[in-house]
Design a protein around this ligand. Sequence first.
Ligand code: IPE
Length: 256
Amino acid sequence: MILIKLGGSVITDKSQYKKFNKEQASRLCREIAESGRSVMIVHGAGSFGHVLAKQYAIQNGLVDFAQVAPAAMVHHDAMELGLLMTSELMAVGIPAASVAPGSCFVMEDGRIIVNDEEALRRLAHIGIMPVMFGDVVMDRKQGFAIVSGDQLMEVMARMFKPERIVFVSDIDGLYDSNPKTNPDAKLIPEVTPEVLANVSSEEDVADVTGGVRGKMEAMLRMCSPERDCVLMNGTVPGRLLELLKGNEVTCTVARM
Ligand code: IPE
């Protein structure tokens, strides 16, 4: 099985509150179906999560009663995106169930505590893809917290032991500086903890969950000699399909 995270930057327009990129989401789902590979998907919240979460500092946990209604709204919006994504998957013939992470996990100080994985396993077992997504979940210490799709990838990887892990984003991979602001930025084809320590960090726009650096750190935790963990650009038509077919594509591979 290949575990894929479809980043919020590819399935939504991150600069516009709740703007679904239906065309791109549908194309990526088609590429996944066409590859014929066994796949499991996690997706980000994009502008269905980050915009409001940032505005009300939901990532800091519950510190002010004024955050309660917006936290509920972020969850509502994330669920809406979840349904849009499972509609796209079912349209290409992949039976899928959107599973809110807060229905099986809680957090403690921003760390996921896996309370109940039975529903996820049973769905997968009968051939319905459980699709988790970045969302607001309850936290034992902070009241609520944001769980990122990247954190969920780590939980799903432990649970389902994929042979390969793919992060689909809107950049070709990790660069030595920000490619959106520096035209001389160079792609790093292979990243190790030492390489990452020397890469400059710049905050992403409206990102409350750590941006590219946080993703790379998660990727380094998930990769192993037997398991590739790659970051690739899903905005390029056909690239995900090629990667899933086992062909070489432009990307960054994480190695310990
Ligand atoms: C964000 O999840 C969750 C919320 C802000 C509610 P991610 O961090 O995985 O989302 P993307 O991929 O960056 O959009």
